[in-house]
Design a protein around this ligand. Sequence first.
Ligand code: PMP
Length: 361
Amino acid sequence: MSDAPVPAAPVRLRPEIAALPAYRQGRPAPAAGYKLSSNENPFDPLPGVVGAVTAAAEFNRYPDATALALREALAARFGRSVDEVHVGAGSVALLSQLILATSGPGDEVVYSWRSFEAYPGLVTVAGATSRMVPNRADAGHDIDALIAAVTDATRMLIVCSPNNPTGTIVTADEFERLMAAVPSDLLVVLDEAYAEFVTDPDAVTGLPLLDRYPNLVVLRTFSKAYGLAGLRVGYALGGASVLDAARSTAIPLSVTGQSVAGALASLEAEEALLERVRHIAVRRDALRAALLAQGWQVPVAQGNFVWLPTGERTAEVAERLFDAGLVTRAFPPEGIRVSIGEEESVDKLLAVLDELVGMPQ
Ligand code: PMP
C-alpha cells in the first residue's frame, strides 16, 4: 500500500473503522541492508521444518479446523489437557479472538502503553475502548497504575512481558500482585511472544500460574524464537471454557496444515532452538552494553530487540540508520526498536549510533 491518502469509501463504513489506520509494517530493507524492524529471527528454519512443510502440501484439502495434532503436542509439552490449548494464525489472531470474546461496545480493555502496536486496533475493531496506562519512566509496566485502571467496565487486561517495544519484563512478584488485586472474573492475558529469550530469573512465566488463576490466558508464538513468522502460528494456554469462547470468534480454518506441520517439526528441534535463543540473548546483551557505553539510555532488554529512547530525534535517527541500510521501527517521539538480526548488522548499527549519540537535538 502507498502512503497516499485513502479516498473516502463509496459505502457506509463504521466510523471508528474508517478512522482506523491499517497495521503498519516496517519498510523493506534496501538491497544490501538489514531488516531489523519486525523482531524476526535471522536464522533459517529449524532442522526438519522445510521438509515437514513441503510434505504437508495437500493444497486441495482444508486443514483440521482445530489443529488437533499441534494442540496435542503442545499439551504434552506443557502438561495441560488438549482443551486447554488453542492455536491461531499467529498470536495476534488469538488476541483478537480473546478481545472479541470478552469486550464489545461500552467495555474496556486495559493495557500498558507503549506496548504492542496491534492492541489498540484490535480493541477498536471489537467496538470496545482502550484504557492505555503509561509505562514507568524506566519503560516497564506500571503495575499499580494498571490495577488502578480496572473498573466495572473492564473486561480484559493485557500484560506484555517482555514488552514490545521496550524489552522490559514484569516480575513474577509484580504479576502475582496484579492477579491478586484484579477481579477474579476479569480475563488477564499474559502476552509472552518473546518468552523464550528471557534470561532474567525474576521474570514472570505464566505457565505455572494457570492452575491457580482460571482467568489467566498465556499467549505464545512460533514467530519469534522459532523463526516461523511467515507460517503464522501462535498458541494460547488457559482454561478450556475461555479458549472455547475465543474459538467461537475465530475465522474458521485459518491455521493451515502447512503451518501446523512446520510448528510440529520445530517443536522437535528443541536443542537447536535453545542454542539459537541463547546466541541471540548473548548478542542482545552485548549490543545493549555497547549502546550504554556509547551513552544511550537503553532499558534492560529481555526480548530479541533493544529499545533506544531517542525522543524528539526519533525520526532523524531512524532515517540515518535507514540511509546506512538498517531498517528499524521508529515510534516518534518516543524511541526506536531495533531487532537483534544478522551478526553483521551490529557493527553498522553501532557505528551510526556512535556518531549520533551526543548530537544536540
Ligand atoms: N505479541 C507481541 C508482543 C508481539 O510483538 C507480536 C508480534 N510482533 C505478537 C504478539 C504477534 O505475533 P504473531 O501474530 O506473529 O504470533
